[in-house]
Design a protein around this ligand. Structure first.
Ligand code: NAI
Length: 329
């Protein structure tokens, strides 16, 4: 089986090449091009392609892939909101994902962002490097005894609930389905009640058409003043313009974002020599109480290994024509 691996970074090659040793009949060619309608042409002669979160797996891309005989798209990630599943089904192109490679890793980053913004760790780090030992403006909040509101209690949200319980927090949760494993230790409430009663809100649900911009001016107004908000799920869950407006009004103690609306085309690229004044990302970065990372929740050694293992197993399943719980189309 031949796989064309899109948007390959050095760390992808390292983790996949190690696991590939167990699959002598699979051959991988790596390209740094992102998968999209034009770059799909590169897949001529390949059985399957492998893509990451920011790939544009839209109708045109899928048509181009199917036209070149590609049988499947292996997403090496959990989210698949950029994939046109209906088109994939219509064309008979299988789409497989890696559903839960390291939920704790993402949840740990979410708590890391919450602590970083609460205690102004990034500002503090920069000050001390300049020999500035002053601490004015760096006052944080305790988490112990406070209330965490977790939106989405699947694999990552459940790990986040456990972390917050470990911090001595009361945990409120909102999900369209309640997780029976958590019911005794946390309280499921409506979204409105969660927003109104949480000191720290962390988002862990997938982005769908229904919940696009679920955090907006109206829902932000329902939150407590001085709340900490963290998003490690998908940028489109928050209306960035509304978030910026509320930040200007001093609504939040802190905001931590691993994901944001403008990230496609930016994440994993070095744009440090470019001027980027008009983007909402640059406006977010101007706030001293906003801490941002570059969609790196997945990026731990354990997760990279698990992604490579599951993706190559998914490739074998395509070869055998097997459908599993990892199929989304
Ligand atoms: P999961 O499928 O295990 O859990 C998602 C939970 O959200 C489910 O319990 C589901 O019922 C719930 N949900 C669905 N729609 C909802 C809504 N409208 N409101 C409230 N809850 C809703 O998924 P998992 O593995 O926990 O991942 C969650 C999300 O985290 C992914 O969809 C992905 O967007 C994001 N993610 C981010 C990563 C990063 O690197 N920052 C890495 C991996 C995932």
């Amino acid at each position: 089986m031949r796989i064309l691996f899109y948007a390959a970074k050095s760390y992808d090659k390292e983790s996949f090449d190690v696991v590939l040793a167990k699959y002598p009949d699979i051959e991988i060619d790596y390209t740094d091009h992102e998968l999209g309608p034009r770059s799909a042409a590169l897949a001529m002669g390949y059985d399957v392609v492998c893509a990451f979160v920011s790939a544009k797996v839209n109708s045109k891309t899928l048509q181009a892939l199917a036209g070149r005989g590609v049988k499947a798209v292996l997403m090496r990630c959990a989210g698949y909101n950029n994939v046109d599943l209906e088109k994939a089904k219509e064309l008979g192109v299988a789409v497989k994902i890696v559903p839960g490679y390291s939920p704790e890793g993402v949840a740990e980053l979410a708590m890391g962002l919450a602590l970083a913004t609460s205690r102004r760790l990034c500002k503090s780090y920069n000050r001390i490097r300049e020999n500035d030992y002053s601490i004015d403006g760096l006052c944080g909040l305790n988490f112990y005894g406070k209330t965490a509101g977790i939106i989405g209690t699947g694999k990552i949200g459940a790990a986040m609930c456990r972390i917050c319980l470990g911090f001595g927090m009361k945990v409120l949760a909102y999900d369209v389905y309640e997780n029976p494993a958590l019911k005794d230790r946390i309280e499921y409430v409506s979204l409105d009640k969660l927003l109104a009663n949480s000191d720290f809100i962390s988002i862990h649900c997938p982005l769908t058409e229904k919940n696009h911009h679920m955090i907006n001016t109206e829902t932000i107004a329902k939150m407590r003043d001085g709340v900490i908000l963290v998003n490690t799920s998908r940028g489109g869950l928050i209306d960035t313009t509304d978030l910026i407006r509320a930040l200007k009004q001093g609504k939040f103690h802190g905001v931590g974002l691993d994901v944001y609306e403008e990230e496609a085309g930016n994440v994993y690229e070095n744009r440090s020599c470019e001027m980027n004044f008009s983007s909402t990302t640059s406006r977010l970065l101007a706030f001293p109480n906003v801490v941002m990372t570059s969609h790196q929740g997945f990026y731990t050694k354990e997760a990279l290994n698990a992604i490579a293992e599951t993706t190559l197993q998914n490739a074998k399943d395509v070869e055998k024509g097997l459908r599993t719980a990892n199929d989304v189309a």
